[in-house]
Design a binder for this molecule. Structure first.
Ligand code: BEZ
Length: 274
């Protein structure tokens, strides 16, 4: 699942999404979305917004359950792929949502870490939800892909570039994200960091080509293959088992929150403020 905060597919924070490349190198993202979907506990007939739906793999699972689902993503290419499967999928900026009081739930998998203005996202989610509606998501959390990030930053620094400035991601702690949710008025029923070392479908170069464009685009086109190879070699002793099997150092932040009725009171049976 992909999302980036606003703008066109052609380069939000130096990242664009090629649906074919995404399926090849990142199909596991939707495959691993099961726990977040379970936490969402969608019901047939509910109206749910999938925020950062990418090519719509999980959106389709919701639709197949009888959910009236709307998917949004900032990538025109990914939205075209989602629409081609018959989904209601729209290009939209996650930091400037325009929905009002119309969803039973907002769901997001592996997308919120591309949105560097989380308070703006949370504000839009709040407005999109009906009272009693829930916001359930999973994103990269504090420490996510820390070793990959360090290797990318170092490789840029070695070339006299500002590696830290190229980091496009927001990986909050549960405390920081929970505080933003509560500041908006959400009740937080659960929020936790979950280390999830993630086997990759191929070489780490495929992951870097798919997700690390913000770093790679700072390198002259003719030098990019060498840059990726250098980063991959620096990571090999850490993330590869020596037989060509790579595992990315993912850490998830998974949460569920709900929008209470104006006079408080639980919106959904079973949810308790954490
Ligand atoms: C993630 O899903 O955690 C992730 C994906 C791509 C880049 C960074 C993080």
């Amino acid at each position: 699942m992909t999302a980036s905060p606003g703008g066109s597919a052609a380069g939000v924070r130096g990242q664009h999404w090629d649906p074919n490349r995404y399926v090849r190198n990142a199909g596991f993202v939707a495959d691993l979305g099961g726990p977040a979907l379970e936490l969402l506990a969608p019901c047939a007939g509910e109206r749910i917004l999938d925020l950062g739906c990418g090519d719509g793999r999980l959106t389709r699972r919701l639709a197949d359950l009888g959910v009236e689902v709307v998917g949004i993503d900032s990538s025109t290419e990914q939205i075209a792929a989602a629409r081609a499967t018959g989904l209601d999928a729209r290009v939209a900026d996650g930091e400037a949502l325009r929905f009002s009081d119309e969803f039973d739930a907002v769901f997001s998998n592996a997308a919120l870490h591309w949105m560097r203005r989380p308070a703006a996202v949370i504000d839009g989610v709040w407005r999109a939800l009906r009272h009693g509606g829930r916001f359930v998501g999973e994103m990269g959390g504090h420490g996510n892909v820390a070793r990959i990030t360090a290797a990318l930053v170092s490789a840029l620094d070695r070339r006299g570039l500002d590696g830290a400035a190229a980091v496009p991601w927001y990986f909050p702690t549960p405390e920081a994200y929970g505080a933003l949710l509560r500041a908006q008025g959400f009740r937080v029923s659960s929020i936790a960091l979950i280390p999830r070392p993630t086997p990759l479908p191929g070489e780490i170069a495929g992951w870097l080509e798919t997700f690390a464009e913000s770093f790679v685009r700072r390198i002259a086109p003719e030098d990019r293959a060498d840059f990726i190879a250098e980063v991959a070699e620096s990571l090999r002793p850490i993330l590869s088992d020596g037989s060509g099997n790579w595992t990315a150092d993912y850490v998830r932040l998974r949460f569920a929150a709900w929008k209470p009725a104006p006079e408080s009171g639980p919106g959904r049976a079973g949810l308790r403020d954490a």
